[in-house]
Structure formats: structure tokens, C-alpha cells
Design a protein around this ligand. Structure first.
Ligand code: TXA
Ligand code: MG
Length: 356
């Protein structure tokens, strides 16, 4: 158990003395949580294998799940990749800094532990003043996964980070809530066609406007079905609350009717039941008698839903909710990322609104 130092910083104008102190700590092998525009990350010097090893230990992360390297300038991309694809340059011009991670061929100096031994490396330039200032102060790129215990919902506030990792990491920079609320899009540029390994803040539509057709890797990896997954992270259950989460498909009035039925049924069985719903669905089932009810946002504004998703799942845990019902969302734009996280958080348990 170590003491985790806690620093408040302004998200728009971070204090140079604080960033300088924490940056020096990173350059000496410390591991530090910091805000980005997507979720909080847990960073270490990407060229220091022992520091990176401590990230895996603090999170309880499987060693075969590689980390994203965070950079603050385009020159750093050239130090990390042996052969930068043309599409990577075009996408970096269009979307960096921003919620897009590019998987590119790896340079020899990137330690094995960062890439889990793969011959590729995932790189992104975050769009957050604190993250960029920290990378510059450390004087090197930061290997940084999301700052949660492996398997749990990603942290969108410093309080979420502390709930999971207090005493296991050296410091937290609290720059207020993360903006987007779901992680970056991970795009693999090392095959014949670009493939979205994880949908996120930059949508398929955004990417296709710049580089033409991109494919989407299936969210569910069934062992034995298609060999080795391209993104090692696909193998693991992720983003999951402690309670049993089920998704309810269907148009808002039908989904709401099913949610009402289910709330009644599980409450009768003695469980503490929670509901996560859009404003539209909530208007039909807010009075269903759930022990916990959270409106995620409007179906017409999936940005709002994305922003509230992880904190709502964590709130279910904090309130001891045992059975959670949540509607499904349209899979276009940011909705694809929302549905990807929800389906994985529930272990692909989805009920239809007309299932008996
Ligand atoms: O928004 C984000 O991306 C956040 C913030 C902190 O930047 N980071 C994040 O990291 O979500 P993490 O470690 O939770 O997720 C990284 C994902 C995993 O699914 C991992 O398998 C994949 O990126 N990944 C990393 N390196 C890869 C590689 N070389 N090839 C394929 N997938 C890779
Ligand atoms: Mg993660």
C-alpha cells in the first residue's frame, strides 16, 4: 500500500508547478492517473518497462492486453512507429488531438510489455490540456490504459479512479469530469482494409469521410470461432457493474413496458433493482417502482448518453443494485460505441420487449 497523492488542476489552465512535479515523478518511474477528453488514464513512461509493469499490477490487467501510447506531438509518432501508413498521417491531420487511436507498425525501441509482444503499437494524441502538459513535462510518451480496475467501468472522474486504485498508484490529477465519457476509437491500419477494433469518440462516419471504407470488428469474440482476435482486449468481459445487467431491446413504449414487468418480477424475488433509461423511455416507466432510476440522456443526443454511461453503472454499484435493466440505443454515430460498451458490460444478455 502506497499513499496516492491527490492534486487538483484546472482543465483549461493547469498550473505549471503541479504539472512539472507530477511530470518529473513520471520520468522517475511513477504511475499517475490524469484526465483526458474520453476517460481518465493511468500513465507511465512508455520506455520504462518496470513502470509499465506496475500499471498492469495496479489494474489487475492481463499481460496479453496491450496499452495505448499517448503523445503530445507528431514527431513522437515517428519515434514509436517504424513505418507510418499514409492513412495514419491523413487521420492524424484530421482528428488529432482527439479520441482516435491508431494501430501502426511498431518501432523496435517500444518495450514488449507495452504492446504485449505484438509487432504493432497503438498511439493517440489526447485532446486535453492536462494530458498534453503532463506528457510534455514527463518528456516522453505515456503508456496509459483507462485508470480503472480491469473489467470495471472506465473512470470519468478522479473519484472513480480513487474508488478503484487509491493506495495502488502514486498520484491522481483531478481535472474535473472527462468530456466524452467513452474511450477513443481504436483503428487498426496494419491490414489491407482499416478496421475499427473498438468504436469510440470518432465515428465510422467521421473516418470514412477521410479515408474511405473502414470495417468494424465484431464486438463479441467467441473463443474457437475465428482464431485469434485482432484486438486482445476483445477477449475479456469489460465495463461491467457488479449487479447483473440486462439490455431490453425495442421501441421506447415497448421497451418501457418490458422494463416495468421486469422491475416488478425481480423486486418480487427480493432483489434491489435499478433502471438506466433515456428520457423518452423514462417517460413511460419512471414510476415502475425501481429502487434506483437514472436518466442517461435523450435518444436524440447520444453524446449525453455516452457521457453519463459509466458513472451511472458505477452508481448502481455504489447503491448496491443487484439487477439492472437498460434499454438499447441506435447503433449509428456515437451510438455504436454506447452499444458496444453496453453489450460487453452485460455479457451480451439482451431481452426482446416481446419475449415472454
Ligand atoms: O480513450 C482511451 O483510449 C483511453 C484514454 C485513457 O486514452 N484509454 C483506454 O485504454 O481506453 P485501454 O487500455 O483501456 O484500452 C486500450 C484498447 C484495448 O482494447 C487494447 O486491446 C487495444 O486498445 N490495443 C492496444 N494496443 C493494441 C494493438 N497494438 N493492437 C490492437 N489493439 C490494441
Ligand atoms: Mg480500459
Amino acid at each position: 500500500m502506497r499513499r496516492t497523492r491527490y492534486y487538483y488542476v484546472s482543465a483549461t489552465n493547469p498550473h505549471p508547478a503541479v504539472i512539472g512535479e507530477v511530470g518529473r515523478a513520471v520520468s522517475r518511474g511513477r504511475i499517475v492517473a490524469f484526465p483526458t477528453e474520453t476517460v481518465y488514464g493511468l500513465g507511465a513512461d512508455c520506455f520504462n518497462p518496470r513502470a509499465v509493469e506496475r500499471i498492469f499490477r495496479a489494474k489487475g490487467r492481463p499481460a496479453d492486453n496491450p496499452l495505448i501510447v499517448h503523445i503530445a506531438s507528431r514527431e513522437e509518432l515517428a519515434r514509436l512507429s517504424s513505418d507510418i501508413p499514409r492513412a495514419a498521417e491523413a487521420l492524424a491531420d484530421a482528428f488529432w488531438p482527439g479520441p482516435l487511436t491508431l494501430v501502426v507498425p511498431r518501432a523496435g525501441r517500444v518495450p514488449d510489455i507495452v504492446t504485449a509482444g505484438l509487432d504493432t503499437v497503438a498511439v493517440r494524441m489526447p485532446d486535453h490540456k492536462v494530458a498534453l502538459a503532463l506528457i510534455r513535462a514527463a518528456g516522453r510518451p505515456l503508456a496509459a490504459p483507462s485508470a480503472n480496475t480491469s473489467g470495471r467501468p472506465s473512470p470519468t472522474t478522479a473519484a472513480h479512479v480513487m474508488a478503484d486504485l487509491a493506495g495502488k498508484i502514486d498520484a491522481v490529477l483531478d481535472g474535473g469530469p472527462a468530456g466524452i465519457g467513452v474511450e477513443s476509437t481504436v483503428l487498426d491500419l496494419t491490414g489491407p482494409v482499416p478496421v475499427i477494433l473498438r468504436p469510440g469518440g470518432i465515428t465510422r462516419e467521421h473516418l470514412e469521410a477521410v479515408i474511405g471504407r473502414v470495417e468494424i470488428a465484431p464486438a463479441q469474440f467467441l473463443p474457437g470461432e475465428s482464431g485469434v482476435p485482432r484486438s486482445p482486449g476483445l477477449k475479456y468481459r469489460h465495463y461491467a457493474p457488479r449487479g447483473e445487467l440486462w439490455l431490453v431491446a425495442g421501441e421506447p413504449p415497448d421497451a418501457a413496458r418490458k422494463i416495468r414487468e421486469q422491475v416488478k418480477e425481480w423486486k418480487e424475488r427480493g432483489l434491489k433493482v435499478g433502471v438506466l433509461a433515456s428520457r423518452e423511455v423514462a417517460s413511460y416507466c419512471r414510476d415502475a417502482g425501481a429502487d434506483f432510476f437514472r436518466v442517461l440522456g435523450s435518444r436524440a443526443c447520444l453524446e449525453e448518453v455516452a457521457k453519463n454511461l459509466y458513472s451511472s453503472l458505477r452508481e448502481c454499484d455504489a447503491r448496491g443494485v443487484e439487477f439492472i435493466l437498460c434499454e438499447t440505443f441506435p447503433s449509428h454515430g456515437l451510438g455504436l460505441a454506447v452499444m458496444n460498451r453496453l453489450s460487453r458490460a452485460c455479457g451480451f444478455r439482451i431481452m426482446g420487449s416481446d419475449d415472454g
